[in-house]
Design a protein around this ligand. Structure first.
Ligand code: SF4
Length: 362
């Protein structure tokens, strides 16, 4: 039987923490950002890890900290350069917030990283999880860092049936962890996440090699595969989109996306939602406001891109135009900046993956 109330027992939590730390010191993965307690490096790695697998982010992490070795280097870099180094990681708001927060630390804290949780979570892009991770790992502050891994481990360890998508349940688990934190808060928080990533995995947890097996309630009750309880997220909305690629002798027409919303402020190919009754009409009519003599064009392929709340099913239309038509085009696309970019210029632009993968269709 699972429990619907999460109780805290001091002695059980003490043994849990002891087992966890012993296991973590022996079994942790050697990751580049674990070689340092520098809050800047921990911050970059934690932000990158939010929506990205560890193996994928490692080369990005190396490139990023090589280009921007400290807060000041990041704060004083042009945004284009920051976004370019983020290209391929997706969720660009993370990179923009890193840049904004670096500027605040540079200007308001003389480039010195705030050394406590309450100040950290006031910075753009740093929420309770990231603030907890930085504060505990870099500054040994006894604060929890609760991610999906931790919710799962604690829910199973306590055989607790609370829905981990529910804020009240998250709060109960956060309180449990906060009380369980021993004198090595950073190692404890990292150990919890590592246990969730390597042993107490979402499916088929490896209980036989788990350091907590002897005192794990879900293991005792045979409930490991039933927990945690998590109510389903709303399904992503599917949108049929039309993309227009305009090619002028190898240079492609890019437009800057609006400052708010999906992929805000980034360069993209013109894109618009399809008119259900007349496929191809929406993109063609929109492009004709800039290129009145636009030729017919052709469909060169389809592509799907999945964001957290939306799925774009894109039909890609290709138009070849001559330099005269390009020269007559205004520099604006509606209210947005627009420009032709040759392949070299294109390589210097942070083109989101949703669009860069369309280059393979050309
Ligand atoms: S014994 Fe199994 S269910 Fe319990 S914490 Fe370990 S891996 Fe997770």
């Amino acid at each position: 039987m699972t429990k619907n109330i999460l109780n805290f027992h001091k002695e059980t939590a003490r043994i849990f923490a002891e087992n966890l730390l012993q296991w973590f010191y022996k079994s942790k993965r050697a990751l580049p950002f674990r070689e340092t307690k520098n809050p800047y490096n921990i911050w970059i790695s934690e932000i990158m890890a939010q929506q990205t697998q560890i193996d994928t982010l490692i080369p990005y992490y190396h490139r990023f900290v090589e280009a921007f070795p400290d807060v000041t280097a990041l704060a004083t870099a042009p945004e284009d350069k920051v976004l370019k180094l983020w290209e391929g990681l997706g969720y660009y708001s993370r990179a923009k917030n890193l840049h904004k927060a670096a500027k605040i630390i540079h200007e308001e804290y003389d480039g010195i990283f705030p050394d406590h949780y309450d100040a950290l979570i006031k910075l753009p892009g740093i929420g309770p999880y990231t603030g907890g991770a930085i504060a505990s790992i870099a500054f040994k502050e006894k604060v929890p860092a609760i991610d999906g891994n931790v919710l799962r481990v604690i829910s199973r360890f306590n055989n607790y049936s609370g829905d981990i998508a529910d804020v009240k349940v998250k709060k109960a688990i956060t309180d449990w962890v906060a009380q369980a934190i021993p004198d090595a808060p950073g190692d404890f928080n990292e150990g919890l996440m590592e246990l969730g990533a390597l042993v107490c995995t979402p499916t088929n947890p490896k209980c036989m090699i788990c350091p907590e097996r002897d005192i794990c309630e879900a293991f005792k009750e045979g409930m490991t595969n039933q927990l945690p309880i998590k109510s389903k997220k709303q399904r992503q909305k599917k949108l049929e989109m039309e993309v227009g690629i305009i090619d002028m002798g190898g240079a492609l027409y890019l437009v800057q996306r609006p400052e708010k919303g999906l992929l805000s402020g980034l360069w993209s190919f013109p894109i618009i939602e399809e008119e259900k009754t007349k496929p191809g009409n929406a993109i063609r009519q929109t492009l004709k406001t800039v290129f009145p003599d636009l030729p017919e064009g052709k469909v060169i392929g389809n592509s799907k891109h999945v964001f957290s709340h939306v799925i774009w099913n894109m039909t890609v239309y290709y138009f070849e135009i001559d330099p005269v038509m390009a020269a007559e085009a205004p520099e604006k696309y509606g209210d947005a900046q627009a420009a032709f970019k040759d392949r070299e210029q294109l390589a210097a632009v942070a083109l989101p993956t949703a669009f860069s993968k369309l280059l393979a269709l050309l």
